[in-house]
Design a protein around this ligand. Sequence first.
Ligand SMILES: C[S@@+](CC[C@H](N)C(=O)[O-])C[C@H]1O[C@@H](n2cnc3c(N)ncnc32)[C@H](O)[C@@H]1O
Length: 394
Amino acid sequence: MERLAATLRAAGHLTPAWEPAFRAARRDLFATDVIWFPRDETAVPLTLQPCDRNSEPKLWSDRVWSVGPVNIQVDDGDPRGPEGSGTGATSGISNALLVFDMLHLLDVRPGQRCLEIGAGAGWNAGLLAARLGDENVVTIDVDPTVADIARANLAQAGLAPLVLTGDGALGHPKGAPYHRVIATCGSRQLPYAWVEQTRPGGVIVAPISFTWRPLTYVARLEVDDSGVASGAFRLPCEFMSLRSQRVFHRELSELLGDQADVEMPGARTMLDPVAVYQQEVLAIYLSAAVPGVEIYHDESDGTVHLGTWQEAPGQGSYALITGCADENGPWTVHQWGPRKLWDETVAAHRFWEEQGFPDYGRFGLTVASPTDHRIWFDAPDGPSWPLPPLASRH
Ligand SMILES: C[S@@+](CC[C@H](N)C(=O)[O-])C[C@H]1O[C@@H](n2cnc3c(N)ncnc32)[C@H](O)[C@@H]1O
């Protein structure tokens, strides 16, 4: 515990105000006997292996007291990898630096009521309950097994915030209004219920994930007295998604239908597609400015692919950009479907270039109603682009 405390203190994360909560909600009390992590970080594909506290106590303890995430569940509780391994983490304790980064953004004060979405192992709810009092903290997890684990872990630490099982996207209206709402799973559309359940002047800290690339940035939104939440992106992070907002992809042939067989003439482009892919901040801006499009770079052959992968079958659009003899271009573009995705990207990219390649902190999000979500630049009343509603499976 002291090693983790020292690391967090040195990074400015563990402040005197949080010290007592850090000691009350001891991180090891929130880790299950079996935790999951990759034994070989370089393996492709990466798989997560179990580590049992009883058979490997030192390894277990080293993981739990490191800053890294501690996964308590993989593949929704049904490991799908080879030899009992997991292919993806679906619940756990988040990275300790990120937990405290987000708590600092949340900026809680004694007496405030707080709603957390995504109880996981219960550590963050434990920290909040130790700081604000059990009666002021509500946490929700969609997975009943996980919610039971969180309740048991919190009880072990002598803490008893309200732990609910259910879809956190609905919040918990009975406990509203809250001064603070914190989500510990990513949403591609911030559920408006969270805004409605936050007091005017209250704060929502939530990881927002994007269509353009599967990247997540934490936003800090303040809610005004007309039910509008607005604020800038504050830090990049990695979070699992709200279960109801997980992304699905169609096969290219299904996406394009009959158009898949049409030969498209190649055009030339001077905008480097790999550079466009690599600029992570563009995930925020282009998810709104080129709505519904996802970019992918195939490192094996240097190609870049753009698609509206969630469009109805036969109605999708797709662009393929292939490499060139020298790295300064031109590149060759083939585009299928009703939208010319690369042309849209080039046009939208111009704005970002004209602004001098701004970083994520200059972009923000305003949520004004269940359907009115906008990404803005520099200020809520600056240039802005509507975030498209989530596609549902057709
Ligand atoms: C990274 S874990 C939470 C970490 C945790 N708060 C901690 O103390 O560090 C994310 C959790 O979000 C939960 N989750 C996903 N979708 C949800 C939803 N729609 N409602 C509530 N919880 C959800 C998952 O089951 C998972 O347990």
